[in-house]
Design a protein. Structure first.
Length: 137
């Protein structure tokens, strides 16, 4: 029996293959996972219904499963900071700051070959997407 926080076999399979510098996308319910990720990324659709699960739920589990070196977020074009960004920093206290990317810059980052996993959630808050960089255990 596993003692890790993550029990999803598909996610665990991909995480076991990730190395330092590989990335994982946790996407909100509005993110176009099919069209804005690379063709080789493993896609996991956890979006059961509106609001289940939340991006922060998935982030909490992954934070207890892998080392996270960096967080990248998609920022609105109007210089506002979505409140979920504070949640991200509180959950992953090992990172000092969030790297902010514009919408289209974030989309391009999610198409890179080092994105190994994309997890779709039921998150309804906008700009609640986060790219995790796998750190050294």
């Amino acid at each position: 029996m596993l003692k890790t926080k993550c029990l999803h076999p598909g996610i665990l399979n991909v995480l076991s293959k990730c190395g330092h510098g590989d990335k994982i996308l946790i996407a909100d319910g509005n993110y176009p996972v099919d069209s804005n990720t690379n063709k080789n990324v493993e896609k996991v659709y956890l979006n059961l219904t509106h609001g289940i699960p939340l991006v922060t739920d998935v982030l909490k589990v992954l934070n207890k499963t892998i080392a996270i070196e960096k967080l990248e977020v998609m920022i609105p074009g109007d210089d506002t900071k979505p409140s979920i960004f504070d949640d991200f920093k509180n959950i992953v206290s090992s990172v000092d700051c969030l790297e902010e990317l514009g919408r289209f810059e974030f989309y391009e980052a999610c198409k890179e070959e080092n994105i190994k996993l994309a997890i779709a959630t039921g998150e309804q808050r906008i700009y609640a997407n986060v790219l995790l960089t796998v750190g050294v255990a």
